[in-house]
Design a binder for this molecule. Structure first.
Ligand code: GLY
Length: 576
């Protein structure tokens, strides 16, 4: 894929003029007769992110003639400032880019890596028990961050802005600050102890007298502004080899962490081929390993395609039962086979083959939930021929970006790099600390996901782009740990099977099953009668808080429809 043919970027000075010519008011809600939910609509592009300030700056880039990748990288850095608990330069992620002109869809893998000194049993005590405190809340919980390198690579290969131009809004937001929204203040209050345990983190999130910021007060991040300014002036390698790298290494050396200068200097993002499948005439592209997301989205869609889901209807017991049964089987396979393909063989072709889906489907009964204890990982080999943030952006020139990135938990490890102003991830918990022992999301991992130096830990992040007749059609993805894959699956099904507009599709209640524990998790909004029917088939229902935040776009008939997920109060979509 080559850098996209574009109107040349107009430069920061002309952004204001461009905005005047393209007033934000042009981004309106679509009035779709008879619908309860209305997406944002645009005719020349769309931005949907989990924070309105990030949406605004990315929209400004598009309005000034930048392409979707320019806007995505700008949003990625802005979210690291406005939502420091999730989108963050101390973590990593994945970006899918689809270029209608060339027909290519590529995946940028900027997942964190295990430091060179990491060992298979580093999170086990002397008795061989996995110690979750070590893999979640210590300096050893951090993988080598990939976000700065990944966003810079995207820009260099597919964007038109300089890194300094893409960083400028983030630097401004960090320096000048922004008004604290309720979600920010509530998050800090909830995370309480974790954010006061380390002085560097306390100094970042609390006032000098130790009191929390109130809603409406201005939140400034001078250390983060200085870090982003160094990257803008010296390039992405500054993070890995300059003063920022020194600050990370000093933080590690003070607290028995593992990340060294060599780990940072050696970090490289990768360009990979996404997982691909076909669902009812749509081409589905989603993130390949080291994420499990794309493989299992395709696997579940293959199982479900044989059923008349549209005829059964959204929220019907039959539909929900079949989805749960497909989910269980996919997550059982995840526990056995998935890992970083640079280190282990993953039977990708088998897992995503229609033949294997036929075999799995044959084990599904329509009137009875298969207990998870009766489901073991299957055998795809014969079919083998030899808290997180998501945003979606599309421009009017056929370029679309789906990006999910994370520091794992909300606030990651809870440890800020002193003097650098960002939190370290605790992504090492996504490895199997011990085969068979669940991680923080209850996900079981196997040998394929054991810790090895330089390896990328298995992810569930599922940035996804669906094409119809060769055109970008649906751009989606979500945060949510283990629930990312099933959230993304449901946005796809809501659009393709149930014909929902994108705002309805992201707003509709969700369900989730991950094989173990054997429970069908349900958001509020499904009928009690339906849940009773599911229980009668043997499902154990558990009522859950909201799952995921799938900022999504549908492009149809020359219109861009944006769906901001109401599960995040700061979500916003803006068209132009
Ligand atoms: N840290 C969550 C994931 O990557 O799946």
């Amino acid at each position: 894929m080559r850098p996209h043919a574009l109107v040349p970027f107009l430069g920061a000075g002309l952004v204001v003029a461009a905005l005047l010519a393209t007033p934000l008011a042009q981004a309106q809600s679509a009035i779709l007769e008879g619908e309860r939910f209305h997406p944002e609509v645009g005719t020349r592009g769309m931005v949907a992110t989990s924070h309105f300030l990030a949406t605004e700056v990315a929209h400004e880039v598009l309005a000034a003639g930048g392409n979707a990748v320019d806007a995505a990288v700008t949003a990625g850095f802005a979210l690291a400032v406005t939502q420091p608990r999730s989108g963050n330069i101390g973590g990593g992620g994945f970006m899918l880019i689809s270029d209608e002109d060339s027909g290519e869809v590529i995946a940028i893998d900027y997942r964190e890596t295990a430091p060179a000194a990491a060992t298979e049993t580093m999170f086990q005590d002397e008795q061989g028990n996995a110690v979750s405190e070590w893999s979640r809340f210590t300096h050893r919980a951090a993988g080598v961050p990939g976000t700065v390198a990944g966003l810079a690579l995207a820009l260099e290969e597919y964007g038109t802005l300089t890194l300094a131009e893409a960083l400028a809004p983030a630097i401004r937001l960090a320096e000048e600050g922004f008004e604290i929204p309720p979600r920010f203040a509530e998050g800090v209050a909830q995370a309480g102890d974790r954010l006061t345990r380390w002085e560097s983190t306390r100094a970042m999130f609390f006032k000098e007298d130790g009191s929390p910021y109130e809603v409406g007060e201005t939140f400034r991040q001078p250390d983060l502004a200085a870090t982003l300014t160094r990257i803008a002036e010296q390039g992405a390698r500054e993070f890995y080899e300059g003063e920022t790298a020194e600050l990370i290494v000093a933080e590690m050396e003070r607290h028995d962490g593992l990340i060294t200068r060599e780990d940072l200097a050696g970090y490289r993002p990768d360009i990979r081929e996404p997982s691909h499948g076909n669902y009812r005439g749509h081409d589905v592209y989603a993130m390949s390993p080291p994420s499990s997301g794309g493989v299992h989205i395709v696997q579940m869609l293959n199982i479900l395609e044989a059923y008349d889901i549209a005829g059964m209807g959204f929220g019907a017991a039959d539909t929900m039962h079949l989805m749960a049964e497909a989910m269980k089987r996919a997550y059982a396979d995840r526990s056995e086979y998935l890992g970083d393909t640079d280190f282990v063989e993953v039977p990708l072709e088998g897992l995503t083959s229609e033949g294997y889906a036929d075999e799995l489907r044959a084990g599904i009964a329509l009137d009875r939930a298969t207990p998870s204890a009766e489901i073991a990982p299957g055998n795809p080999l014969p079919y083998e021929s030899s808290e997180t943030t998501h945003f979606s952006i599309a421009d009017g020139d056929g370029l679309a970006v789906s990006n999910t990135y994370t520091i794992n938990f909300s606030y990651g490890s809870g440890i800020a790099v002193a003097g650098a102003g960002f939190l370290l991830n605790n992504e090492m918990d996504d490895f199997s600390a011990k085969p068979g022992v669940p991680n923080a999301y209850g996900l079981i991992g196997g040998e394929a996901n054991k810790i090895e130096p330089g390896k990328r830990m298995l992810s569930s992040m599922t940035p996804t782009i669906v094409k119809r007749d060769g055109r970008n059609f649906l751009i989606t993805g979500s945060p949510g740990g283990s629930r990312i894959i099933t959230t993304t699956l449901q946005v796809l099904m809501n659009v393709i099977d149930h014909g929902m507009n994108i705002q309805s599709a992201v707003s509709a209640p969700r369900l989730h099953h991950q094989w173990l524990p054997d429970e069908l998790r349900i958001e509020a909004g499904f009928s009690p009668d339906t849940l009773a029917l599911l229980e009668a088939r043997g499902h154990t229902i558990s009522q859950e808080a909201a799952m995921g935040a799938a900022q999504s776009i549908v492009i149809e008939d020359g219109r861009f429809h944006g769906g901001a997920d109401p599960r995040r109060s700061t979500s916003s979509a803006m068209g132009l």
